[in-house]
Each structure stands twice: as structure tokens, then as C-alpha cells.
Design a binder for this molecule. Sequence first.
Ligand SMILES: [Fe+2]
Length: 249
Amino acid sequence: MDDYHRREFIKTTVPGLLGVMLSLPALCAMATRANAFDGRLKADRSMHWEAFLEAVSKEAAKQHLDRWNEEKYLQKIAGLTKSLYLEDPVISQAMEKVAVRLKKGWVDFHDLEKNLDFAVCLLQFDVNEVIKPHNHPGMTGLILCASGEIHAQNYDLYKTIDEREVDGVRTGKYLLHQSGNSTLRKGDISTLTSQARNIHTLKASMVTQLIDIFTPPYNQERSEKSCWYELDEIPVAGSRTIYEAHLRE
Ligand SMILES: [Fe+2]
């Protein structure tokens, strides 16, 4: 009986073992590169992509703890992101792909990493391209400006004036408090949490590339919950930071 079990064990694991053996050289190369100098380049201490991902993974896993602090998490991954070696082949190849798409008139994004805990995405804006105000339900976000220049404005929900759903169509009227207003240039970072600065809008003044980290990433539920807003151009009477907003379809 024992022999039977042993033979079965060997038989069923041989294909898996072969797969692991075939992957070993690539895994070893990646691990060696990630672990050299603690995953950092010797000259300026910037981080390789693999080491960066590993470090972010460790921090992002803490989101499942009861007392996870989003602001502290953002401080940690901001430090990691500022150390990221932007000329790493993973990033430079993604930059080339979006640059080619831009020449063809396709301005979009390129996923660099997506797992259950977080996603990293390269986003490219053309001159004057705008992403209208939108929220990120239950999500923590960090944006690094990798190149170019972009104006970021963040808002918090100040008051819900009216919100309803009729025949499956959501409508809403709100007051939003502007909690962030900054111009990002290469190396600058903008952040939002599930509770603060969660609504933002972006407008690029030149061709701009951003690296986004969202924790957790968008999934179907979070995408369905997310909202787009139309804001008044000027604040409400008597305020310099409160704007009336409506849900956009
Ligand atoms: Fe966003």
C-alpha cells in the first residue's frame, strides 16, 4: 500500500517537477537580479522592478489586517516608488509601447502588474488630455509622474444633496470639497485613500506618463460602484473650495 502511494506521488508530480526545472534558470536569474544589493542598483540605490514588486507585495498584503493604516501604507510605497529604477527593462519597454501607440493616436494604458492585492499600471496622456472627476470606491491609490506635466485635483464628498436610482439609472447631486490641487512633474507623487482625496481629476499640459498603484485593484464590483462627476466651474457662493457636482452617466 505504501509503495502504491509513493509511486502515485512520483507519477503525479513528474510533470510539475519538469515544469519547475525548466523555469529554474529564469527564476534564478530573476531572484539573483532582485536580490543583488538587496534588489537595488549599486550606483544610486534605485530598485529593480522585481525587488520593487516584492517590497510593494509585502506592504499591500497588510491591507487584510484589521488595523491597516492607508496613509502609512501610502508613505511606505511612495518611498519605494521614488526609488524605482525607471530605466528598468520592464518599464522602459512599456514606455516604448505606449509611445508607439501615442504616435498612432491611441492614448491608453499598459498593465505592469495585476494581482489580487494591487495593480501597477503605466498611463499615458496626450497634450491637454483630461480624465474627468471620478472616485475609487474602497481603494487606495498612488500616482507617480514618470515624465511630463499634469495637473491633479482631488476632492472629498462634503455633502450628499440628492441621490436616487430610478429604473436602474443613478442620479446624484453633491457638494465636493477640493482637498488637493497640484501640478505633478517628473518624480512627483499624488495619493488618495478610500476615505480622503478619493475623487480626482487629471489634466496633462504635455505628453505625460504616470505610474499608478491601486490597492486593491479594480475588479468588477469596484468598477460598477465607481462614479464619474460633472463639477461646476466655480465654487458655491461663500466658499473657495466647495463645488456642486452631479453624477455623469
Ligand atoms: Fe483615477
